[in-house]
Design a protein around this ligand. Structure first.
Ligand code: COA
Length: 332
């Protein structure tokens, strides 16, 4: 019997209607379009407005889009993973809430929190269930409502993040298409540079934590920048070397969308030309777990069956990694 691989067979996505521009941010904090564009490469980001609207609402929209495009029915899904750092609530998991809202009744599901690497961690985890033959229709979602934990008085972090969600369907392939290899890493010594301090078991919410603004993203930009460039490019290059791939063999590079300068530095190290790098940071910012599937959603029509893709990610923790996969379908 031929080996089973896990192939992406569809992509769905959702970004909320409201667009927060650099001009509007410049009226909120001491910054400018010129500074944000030159240091981050971000022009605007989408923000989920409306009381009670949460990460699960965006995840549901993304999976509904996925269902519409693939014809997959909620009852056929046998596994659902939601990657997020902004769950609707500490528990139950957002996967529980999403499964209920969608009528996914024959699956097991859970959340993965790996910072911005959550989607790639989830994709790799899900692929093992498909490769084992135990699961046949697995939905992997990356969804984050970063506006719920961003401090809009802190100019060093508030321009970076946006809200969004996207999802892929993973199914078994016997043609060798799909995920070929992965190299995923964690190094908790990096956690001091990027975190949300309060609201967990170490520092539960109190009046004091709220007054000290400890429920927001805290980031030291420079060490995060350096670690992102080094680790993302090292693993992506190692993956290419392992599989004897040169820059010209890679049809598409999908980098986590954290900062345009990080993306450029990684592509240069990999010797992949800019026309083959998926980039949407300018219009969405960093949507954390959603950046990579949102790239697939935006570029889906341009990706061809058999294309070789390298995906690289980096996130809080630190977490990082690279995946090598071949694309399994053409989009009309
Ligand atoms: C955040 C980041 C863009 C900051 O760029 P930087 O070149 O490192 O800038 P610095 O932090 O050294 O700050 C330089 C100056 O710009 C200022 N500055 C920071 N944000 C600013 C903004 N939005 N507008 C104007 N000035 C700003 C700082 O206050 C500082 O001023 P000072 O010298 O008077 O103190 C950059 O460090 C970065 O992208 N880091 C990685 C972030 C990331 O990818 N996070 C997600 C990881 S998954």
């Amino acid at each position: 019997m031929s080996k089973i691989t896990a192939a992406i067979t569809g992509v769905g996505g959702y970004v909320p209607e409201y667009i927060l521009t650099n001009e509007e941010l410049s009226r909120m904090v001491d910054t400018s379009d010129e500074w944000i564009m030159s240091h981050m490469g971000i022009k605007e980001r989408h923000i989920l407005k409306g009381e009670g609207r949460a990460t699960s609402d965006m995840a549901v929209e993304a999976v509904l889009d996925l269902f519409k495009k693939t014809g997959c029915k909620p009852e056929e899904v046998d596994m659902l993973i939601v990657a997020s750092v902004t769950p609707d609530m500490p528990f139950p998991s957002t996967a529980n809430i999403v499964s209920d809202k969608l009528g996914v009744k024959n699956a097991f599901g859970y959340d993965i929190n790996a910072g911005c690497s959550g989607f790639l961690y989830s994709l790799v985890t899900a692929s093992k269930f498909v490769e084992s033959g135990s699961h046949k229709k697995v939905v992997v979602v990356g969804a984050d409502k970063m506006s719920s934990i961003v401090d809009y008085t802190d100019r060093t972090t508030c321009p970076i993040f946006g809200d969004g969600a996207a999802a892929v369907l993973l199914e078994p392939s016997t043609n060798g298409e799909g995920i070929i290899d992965s190299m995923m890493r964690v190094d908790g010594s990096g956690r001091k540079h990027l975190y949300q301090l309060a609201g967990g078991s170490q520092l539960p919410a109190t009046m004091d934590t709220v007054i000290k603004r400890q429920h927001y993203v805290y980031q030291e930009g420079q060490p995060v920048f350096k670690a992102a460039v080094t680790n993302m490019s090292d693993t992506a290059v190692a993956m290419m070397e392992k599989h004897h791939l040169k820059g010209e063999d890679v049809a598409w590079f999908i980098p986590h969308q954290a900062n345009m300068r990080i993306i450029d530095a990684c592509a240069r190290r990999m010797e992949v030309t800019k026309d083959k790098v998926m980039i949407n940071i300018e219009k969405y910012g960093n949507t954390t777990a959603a950046t990579i599937p949102l790239c697939m959603w935006d570029y889906e029509k341009k990706i061809k069956k058999g294309d070789k893709l390298i995906i690289a990610t980096f996130g809080a923790g630190f977490t990082w990694g690279a995946v090598y996969l071949t694309w399994a379908y053409d989009t009309k």
